[in-house]
Design a protein around this ligand. Structure first.
Ligand SMILES: Nc1ncnc2c1ncn2[C@@H]1O[C@H](COP(=O)(O)OP(=O)(O)O)[C@@H](O)[C@H]1O
Ligand SMILES: [Mg+2]
Length: 343
C-alpha cells in the first residue's frame, strides 16, 4: 500500500495508540460499558473479545469519537477524543459490522467517492480504487452495484474504503462475523498486512480462535467490564494449568499410576471414562520429566501421554462462568440491531 496519502500527523511506534480510562456508557438503566480501561501499543493487533451485548461496539464508538462517554477519558496517540476530536479523526479508520457505502453505486464508484472526499484528485482516486479492489479480490465484481454483493464482499469493500488512506489506527468491529472460513482467512491476512505496514488494529470478536490467531494482546469483556487482559498465552496461563492426559497399558496399574501422578504433581487426578486414562492439572509442563521417571520407577507402562494448554474457550468459561455464544441466528439479529443504531 502506498504512503503518498499518509497523514501529516504520524505516530511513533512504541507509543500508546489507545489509552482509555474508566469509560462508561449508560443507555437508560443499562450500563452497556461499565468502567473500561484499555491500553493498546502502536504497531500491534489488540483483540476485544466478548459475547453479544458485552459492550464491544459501544466501546469502539466511544474510542472512535462517534459516541460521547458518560464518564472516563480516551487518548488516541496522545490526543484527547473529546477536546481534539478533529485530530483523532485524522488518525483513525472505523469499519462497522455493516458497509457504510451506497447500495446503488458500484464498488469502484463507492471507493472513488470516498477517495475524493478524502481529498485525492480524480486520477489518483481512480488509481487508489483499482489498487484496493485488486488487493481485496473484488476486481471482477467492481462494476456491479452493491446490492448484488454478498456479505463477505461487502465486508471487504467496507474495509477497503477505510484504507483509502491507510490510517495509523484502524478499528474493526467484528470484521469476520458471519464470513465463510475462506473469506475469514483472507481477512486475517489483510489485517496482518495492515500491521506489518505500520498500522495499529483494534478488533472486536466473538471468536476465540480469531483472538488466538491475530491478537498480540486481548481484553476479555463481559457485561461492560474488562474481566481479563493480557497476551493469549498469559490468559491461558492465568487459569493456572495445562492438562496432563495419561493412558496406561495395563488397567490394573491404574491405582499406582494415580498415586504417582498425585505425589509428583501434588494435585488431584481424575480417571476418565476411557479405561486406563488419567487426567490431571499441571501448573508446570516441565514437571513431566519427573513424572516419567517416577512412573518408570513404579513399573507403570504408558500407552500415551500428552500435555495440553487450555483453550481460550476454557479460559473464557473459567473467567466469566459462561461460554461465548456463537449461535449464528443471534449474531445475525444482533448485527442488524447494531446496524440500526449506528451513527
Ligand atoms: N443505541 C443504543 N441504545 C440502547 N441500548 C444500546 C444501544 N447500543 C447498544 N445498546 C445496548 O448496550 C449493550 C452493549 O451493546 P453493544 O456495545 O452493541 O455490545 P456488543 O457489540 O458487544 O454486542 C447491549 O445491552 C445493547 O443492547
Ligand atoms: Mg457489536
Amino acid at each position: 500500500m502506498s504512503n503518498e496519502n499518509r497523514r501529516i500527523i504520524t505516530p511513533n511506534n512504541g507509543d500508546w495508540a489507545i489509552e482509555a480510562r474508566g469509560l462508561v456508557k449508560k443507555f437508560g438503566d443499562n450500563r452497556a460499558v461499565d468502567g473500561v480501561d484499555l491500553n493498546v501499543r502502536a504497531g500491534t493487533i489488540y483483540g476485544v473479545l466478548g459475547p453479544n451485548g458485552a459492550g464491544k461496539t459501544t466501546t469502539i464508538r466511544m474510542l472512535a469519537t462517534l459516541l460521547k462517554a458518560d464518564a472516563g477519558s480516551t487518548r488516541i496517540f496522545g490526543h484527547d477524543v473529546v477536546k481534539e476530536a478533529h485530530i483523532v479523526r485524522q488518525l483513525i479508520g472505523v469499519t462497522g459490522q455493516y458497509a457504510s457505502v451506497d447500495e446503488s453505486l458500484s464498488a469502484t464508484e463507492n471507493l472513488i467517492i470516498f477517495s475524493r472526499l478524502l481529498g485525492l484528485g480524480r486520477a489518483e482516486a481512480r488509481k487508489k480504487a483499482d489498487e484496493l479492489l485488486e488487493e481485496f479480490g473484488l476486481t471482477e465484481a467492481a462494476k456491479r452495484p452493491l446490492k448484488n454483493f454478498s456479505g463477505g464482499m461487502r465486508r471487504r469493500l467496507d474495509l477497503a474504503a477505510s484504507l483509502i488512506s491507510q490510517p495509523p489506527l484502524i478499528f474493526l468491529d467484528e470484521p469476520t462475523t458471519g464470513l465463510d472460513p475462506r473469506t475469514r482467512n483472507q481477512m486475517w491476512d489483510t489485517i496482518r498486512r495492515l500491521v506489518k505496514t505500520g498500522s495499529t488494529v483494534l478488533l472486536t470478536t466473538q471468536y476465540l480462535q480469531e483472538a488466538d490467531e491475530l491478537a498480540d494482546r486481548v481484553a476479555v469483556i463481559d457485561h461492560g467490564r474488562v474481566v481479563a487482559e493480557g497476551t493469549v498465552d498469559e490468559l491461558k496461563a492465568s487459569i493456572g494449568t495445562s492438562s496432563l492426559q495419561l493412558s496406561i497399558q495395563n488397567p490394573k496399574d491404574i491405582q499406582i499410576a494415580r498415586q504417582t501422578v498425585e505425589q509428583v504433581l501434588k494435585v488431584q487426578s481424575t480417571v476418565s471414562s476411557e479405561a486406563g486414562k488419567i487426567i490431571a492439572p499441571m501448573a508446570d509442563a516441565d514437571r513431566v520429566t519427573d513424572l516419567l521417571i517416577a512412573l518408570r520407577g513404579a513399573g507403570v507402562q504408558l500407552a500415551e501421554l500428552s500435555v495440553q494448554k487450555p483453550t481460550l474457550d476454557e479460559v473464557f468459561l473459567s473467567i466469566t462462568g459462561h461460554g461465548v455464544e456463537e449461535d449464528a441466528s443471534k449474531i445475525f439479529n444482533e448485527s442488524n440491531k447494531a446496524g440500526e443504531v449506528r451513527a
